[in-house]
Design a protein around this ligand. Sequence first.
Ligand code: NAI
Length: 467
Amino acid sequence: IGPVKKICCIGAGYVGGPTMAMIAHQCHDIEVKVVDINAERIAQWNSDELPIYEPGLDDIVKGRRGQNLIFTTEVDEAIREADMIFISVNTPTKTFGVGAGRAANLEFIEKCARKIAEVSVGHKIVVEKSTLPVRTAEAVKAILAEATSGATFDVLSNPEFLAEGTAIDDLLAPDRVLIGGESEAAIQALVDVYAQWVPAERLLTTNLWSSELSKLTANAFLAQRVSSINSISALCEATEADVDEVAMAIGMDSRIGPKFLKSSVGFGGSCFQKDILNLVYLCEYFGLPEVADYWQQVVTMNDYQKRRFVHRMVRTMFNTVSDKKIAIWGFAFKKDTNDTRESAAIYVCRDLLLEKARLSIYDPQVTKAQIVANLEAVFQNGDQELSAVSRQLIENNVEVVSDAETAADSAHAIAVLTEWDEFANADFAKILQRMKKPAFVFDGRNTLKGLNLEDIGFDYQGIGFSR
Ligand code: NAI
């Protein structure tokens, strides 16, 4: 196995796009082709308007695109030419059949493995970049072993730890890069790629199974911290303790640490819930029901936190939000991304619509089409048809506007659901004048907490404290 000259990455999504752009940026002598079956997505990667918003991504893509970074739908050709192939396709929660609602849907992974087996010649290193249940490499190897062309393969696991919103910084200076494998030579080939910019002590190599399992475990531990502090936020609201003060106090304990202790309306994103449910399912599969129950509770607590937020809104607004206009500030699952997958905002909006509220939604990076599609999907509930009643509910009661102030115009309340920095800079005196009184602010991220909005006349409520 010689040094890697050509890379192919299958899947031009939130992970494939940024990670491959970074490799192309750091390794000018490697040709990186990112392929996808979604022609529209590839066209967007080749346009001025990239399909994903991520600070710093534009410059890196535009710096290398057309040189050693190529976005194309020519999947077969890219696989055939490459000496290393990353699989970075989506692995969503299964919606049907055995394990529905919990197990990972590995259909797209298997299709990639079959495609690689079909078109490869010579020797290839196949790298699992997607987040996968432990032992998936077993299946990938079995499929590759059936290649009729005589091609040979090494399989590596190289899970991605970037966080959306900070993807470029995370890729530039990762806490660690994890590479699991069986062949020393194959592992070394991938180590040599990352070693172009990542310090040697941050390149961690393990066996295949530890690497696969570490990614699920990392997400489970991170989400657990959020659910743990959120569980305490409910207790704080009942006792005049302040969850931000509690988080500060425990975070200064070096054994606990300060990160990921921010209480909120609940975690979202495409990974946490999916990966924990996947872990729960794996534990059940391996006959470990107590372990499954333990991790399931992290998701249960998160659902409770989202429901609790809406209950508190309704209770505070005199037990009815029917026909009241509510401004929704932020729809992305966190700031600095346009990703809305599993965003808490989807569930909060759904529950408010079921209470017959009228919503005026503003997010700096999320399109109207995306918001409507997410709301339709949540009312559709899996594979069912969207009912005429639900469609009407959305059509008649949801508007998407292009700035925060317009959303708040004549509203009874503002609900802050994403922690975008710009919200703190709004002209609250002006907004107050134009809102119905009492003017409520429900801050699902505690981003406006320091502004003391109650001093200028708002009824301000955040997560995990009472004033
Ligand atoms: P995504 O949905 O944004 O992108 C996946 C892409 O793969 C799509 O564009 C899809 O069209 C393409 N695709 C699917 N099947 C294909 C096939 N057979 N051939 C060619 N292209 C195909 O998903 P995202 O967010 O990039 O996630 C990918 C994987 O990375 C998942 O396993 C996820 O759990 C993992 N991950 C995601 C992170 C995130 O922050 N989004 C972070 C770390 C890991």
